[in-house]
Ligand binder design. Structure first.
Ligand SMILES: Cc1ncc(COP(=O)(O)O)c(C=O)c1O
Length: 358
């Protein structure tokens, strides 16, 4: 059976590093915001070229905190894609902001040609999400934000380290939100997050917002915030994964190339935009019925994930306010995720159909 996840294999790779680090953390009794956090935040700053990198509990918290830290308040409208994972919408709505949906393009990201059609009264920010490992159309989003004086939030949970016309996704936008969930390029067991910014003001607010409004014992409460302070154990896990990043990326690339070649003229593969160089986060194929295909592929011994099970537009999360603004491109209701990492060891034999990946 080819499985969609490979947590057990990843654990083998990071085990020694994590076990040794956990011992150190417990013996030192420094559980929060200490050496591993400093190392990770410093690496993130170097990798992104950003002035500040602040880790937090999840990619979802990174979005909510990133918005609040930049002066977005409950009642403000935020443009979001009408198709993404639940976190994209939920992290906006949970802080009292009102989503304004924009249709997606054939790549699965905000269709920037449609942005001018939206009513921007009351809109304060755009949350642009790169899906499947590709970057959204950054130039067009940036121009739109500049023209309308909007905050540009880059939800790079899936697009981190992908390139937009040669530039790393982590360098794009006023604020960048990262996730280190177990299916992301730098995975932990569970999830973790980071916020990147160049703004001194946002940096100070994030310090408070991620620690219940009180960045350190000696500083006063300044704002109501989240329980999202940096955990040493999670920072350690990201650092452990980072040691394997280049190797894992190279392997994902090889497997993606193998799929592209093998599927040619047989299976419809989601197109990557010309401006994006993917990080190979996911390999999505287009099928007529993702639920049917899931069953059929499982019978053939290939476990896949249906992407995504529900359109954000069909949620009730925003109290039905989405009804006013909608387009109807259904293209991505038919995407299946392909388990590219789990065929990892088998491709040498050139036949993933017969693999038995335990
Ligand atoms: C595009 C996108 N945004 C945000 C998130 C939220 O990240 P987390 O699971 O760390 O909260 C995810 C995670 O799957 C994601 O894929």
């Amino acid at each position: 059976m080819i499985r969609a996840h490979n947590t057990a294999r990843k654990w083998q790779a990071v085990k020694d590093h994590v076990e040794e680090g956990m011992l150190r953390i417990h013996e030192s009794e420094k559980l929060w915001n200490h050496t591993y956090t400093e190392q990770l935040e410093s690496k993130l700053k170097t990798a992104s070229g950003r002035k500040y990198a602040l880790t937090c509990a999840s990619g979802s918290h990174a979005i909510s905190i990133g918005l609040l830290a930049n002066g977005i308040v409950p009642g403000d409208k935020v443009i979001v894609p009408n198709y993404s994972c639940p976190a994209t919408l939920s992290s906006v709505v949970v802080i009292g902001c009102v989503p304004v949906f924009c249709e997606i393009d054939q790549h699965g990201m905000i269709d920037t040609d449609l942005l001018p059609e939206l009513d921007v009264s009351g809109v304060k920010a755009v949350l642009a999400t790169g899906l499947y490992g590709d970057v959204h159309n950054h130039d067009a989003i940036k121009n739109f934000c500049d023209a309308n004086d909007l905050l540009y939030v880059n939800d790079a949970a899936q697009s981190q380290f992908a390139l937009f016309n040669g530039e790393d996704s982590l360098a794009l936008g006023d604020v960048v939100c990262m996730s280190f969930a177990d299916n992301k390029p730098l995975p932990v067991a569970g999830t973790y997050g980071a916020i990147l910014t160049d703004s001194d003001e946002a940096y100070q607010r994030i310090r408070s917002l991620r620690k219940n409004g009180k960045p350190t014992r000696l500083e006063p409460y300044s704002v109501a915030g989240f329980s999202s302070q940096p955990e040493e154990g999670k920072a350690l896990q990201v650092l452990a994964s980072w040691q394997h990043f280049d190797k894992w990326q190279e392997r994902k690339k090889q497997i993606s190339e193998y799929y592209i070649e093998t599927f040619k003229d047989k299976i419809n593969v989601r197109p990557s935009p010309r401006y994006s160089q993917t990080n190979h986060h996911k390999f999505a194929i287009m099928v007529a019925d993702k639920f049917e295909s899931y069953k059929k592929m499982l019978e053939l011994g290939v476990e896949t994930e249906q992407q995504l099970r529900g359109q954000l537009l069909q949620t009730t999360m925003d109290g039905g306010q989405h009804q006013a603004i909608r387009h109807d491109r259904q293209i991505h209701t038919t995407v299946i995720d392909h388990p590219k990492q789990s065929v990892h060891d088998r491709l040498g034999s050139g036949n993933c159909q017969q693999s038995d990946n335990k």
